[in-house]
Design a protein around this ligand. Structure first.
Ligand code: ATP
Ligand code: MG
Length: 585
């Protein structure tokens, strides 16, 4: 392709109010433009990168035995009502009415529609297993669209759905998708981790996320270097390091004054106690009624873990008015004892036991300016075994629950997510089959998503420098760019064209920069766009039958004879790909 034919409006200046580097680069490289919040145009080179990611995804899905389909973006409300998600999905689901006053939504995901498709035509175990996928537009009315393609409202997802006769067969589909995902993200040159994840609104029993490691990632993950355990902090099970626990200092139950102490830090200072001797109580509302979370005073609550432990659909802190029903203090001195009305208490597990039963703690007394010290968990306030869950958020310094080694906390961008769904959707929607014994059973399902735009942008976020993108050849907008010191020079031009044809014959995706601009400006654009290899044709080199060649990720350029260039590029790209595969994260 010739540069002069491409609509690629690069920007010299950084666009304003952009939070992450990859978003800035996509705008500067003329790859995307915003239409509305979270809604983007993909320009020719942006689309080219996206199509390359899609091609890799498609190839690996087909290889894993999934079949491509295309389902609609507009869904009738009735299907979503069958699973209850029409109501439970809240405002993220964009609903609207047609001219006949019928309710519809724009698809945020396709479990309902694909389950409907399968139940219409599949009756027998002989027709199973089936795994269908599509690469298609989704719409989610995100609370905070941001970071360009990373968290859009309209975005492209690859979503696959598997239908099996039983759990064992479903696990095979799950494993096949997991292996395909590993290949996809490696081929995209990403440094990623597969982590245990929460199933969230989708539901199901087992799920894992694929996280691209990046400081700007919105997710936090726990990783054990020693045994490899990795989990989203929302889901991670961690042990408190016992050496950080203070020796107990309270002997008996006592009411003490804490007139101006609202925070744990202030209480700890005033009473001269260790933070691990304090408990905090947080009151929440769910659709089942109010509930109290009790956890060590120095730890944060994981609302997701709390909600999962409660098996609640909705969770929010009590409003000040609701709080007044239970405690006479608004905050600061709330505790599990002396609440005006009984509230079920859910306590946190730290290390292998509870907030240790019988151990004495300092906790709010539900009286203004008062705390109790010497409160015995499980004695002074009820804490039944089945109400004890891990609800604290994992922190640096916690120990691995599998091997006791110290854990590290990293940030990641979730690019893919795989779920074992069980029969949640097939039961709700009567998606049944006849098994070998003539018995009717619900199908066992799995679903598997990849954010296409998010994957492309994560690759940009992970590999960039001051000049621009440093993309892996597999997904760069072009693999090679040919620059000419002076385009109008006929000798140079014909040499460049010759090189262009040779490289194209060898299957390379080549850009010929035929603009009548300074070499400096052209090289800047090549670097900004992240083109993997750049070749410069000039008289100085040609006098010695040489061309200047440089790989985007290397510092130094090299001089090469034109007939050596194809092999040199091939081996340079292979080395780069190998480095991605063997990178030690
Ligand atoms: P997140 O937690 O980031 O909101 P999610 O868990 O809701 O994502 P899934 O339902 O698991 O997302 O969707 C599958 C994949 O689709 C995600 O792994 C991600 O790569 C992509 N994705 C989800 N939401 C968006 C979005 N708003 N913009 C771009 N890609 C998205
Ligand atoms: Mg997810």
């Amino acid at each position: 392709m010739k540069y002069s034919n491409i609509h690629c409006p690069t920007l010299k200046e950084d666009p304003a109010s952009v939070e992450v580097a990859s978003h800035r680069l996509l705008l500067r490289a003329g790859m995307i433009r915003q239409v509305a919040s979270g809604i983007y145009d993909l320009l020719p080179l942006g689309l080219k990168v996206i199509r390359k990611v899609e091609a890799i995804v498609r190839e690996e899905m087909n290889r894993a035995g999934a079949q491509e389909v295309l389902m609609p973006l507009v869904h009738p409300a009735e299907l979503w009502q069958e699973t209850g998600r029409w109501e439970s999905n809240g405002k993220e689901l964009l609903r609207f009415r047609d001219r006949h006053d019928r309710d519809f939504c724009l698809a945020p995901t396709h479990e309902e529609v694909v389950t409907d498709l399968i139940r219409k035509d599949v009756r027998s175990y002989k027709q199973l297993p089936i795994n269908l996928y599509q690469i298609q537009t989704k719409f989610r009315d995100e609370v905070r669209p941001r970071f360009g393609l990373m968290r859009g409202r309209e975005f492209t997802m690859k979503d696959a759905y598997s239908f099996d006769c039983d759990e064992e067969s479903q696990m095979k589909a799950y494993e096949a998708m997991k292996a395909a995902y590993e290949r996809i993200f490696s081929r995209c040159g990403l440094g990623f981790r597969r982590v245990h994840a929460d199933s969230g609104n989708i539901g199901g029993s087992r799920s894992e996320e694929f996280m691209v490691l990046a400081k700007t990632g919105e997710d936090e993950i726990v990783h054990c270097k020693s045994c490899g355990y990795s989990a989203n902090t929302e889901k991670a099970r961690t042990l408190l390091n016992p050496s950080t626990l203070a020796k107990e200092s309270f002997e008996s139950l006592e009411l003490v004054d804490t007139p101006d102490q609202k925070t744990i830090d202030e209480v700890v200072k005033k009473l001269q106690v260790h933070p691990t001797e304090t408990l905090k109580v947080l009151l929440y509302q769910t659709e089942k009624g109010p509930v109290a979370a009790v956890l060590p005073g120095h730890r944060d609550l994981s609302e997701i873990a709390f909600q999962r432990a409660l098996q609640a659909q909705n969770l929010r802190p009590l409003s000040p008015e609701e709080l007044a029903q239970y405690s006479q203090v608004q905050f600061g001195s709330i505790g599990p004892m002396g609440l005006k009305e009984a509230i079920p208490v859910l306590a946190d597990i730290l290390f292998d036991s509870t907030i240790v039963e019988g151990r004495r703690y300092c906790v709010g007394a539900n009286q203004n300016g008062k705390h109790y010290v010497g409160v015995q968990a499980g004695i002074d306030f009820a804490m039944q075994a089945h109400q004890v869950h891990q609800i604290h958020k994992a922190e640096v310094g916690d120990l691995c629950c599998d091997c006791n080694a110290p854990l590290q906390i990293e940030r990641g961008i979730e690019v893919g997510h795989i779920f074992a769904l069980g029969t949640k959707y097939s039961e709700a929607m009567n998606c049944n089959f006849m098994d070998e014994d003539g018995k009717e059973k619900p199908m066992v399902m799995g679903c598997y998503g990849i954010g296409i735009g998010r994957t492309a942008q994560a690759a940009i976020e992970q590999g960039l420098d001051e000049q621009g993108m440093v993309l892996p050849p597999a997904i760069a907008p072009f693999e090679v760019v040919i620059d000419v010191v002076k385009w109008k020079d006929e000798v140079l031009q014909s040499k460049a064209l010759e090189l262009y044809e040779t490289l194209r014959e060898h299957g390379y995706d080549v850009l010929l920069d035929d603009r009548d601009q300074s070499l400096g400006a052209k090289l800047k654009d090549a670097d900004l766009l992240g083109i993997s290899c750049r070749l410069v044709v000039g008289h100085k080199g040609l006098e010695n039958n040489q061309i200047e060649a440089k790989l985007r990720w290397e510092k130094e350029a090299q001089w090469l004879a034109p007939d050596k260039i194809v092999d040199w590029i091939k081996s340079g790209f292979e080395k780069k790909q190998q480095a991605f595969l063997t990178a030690d994260l």
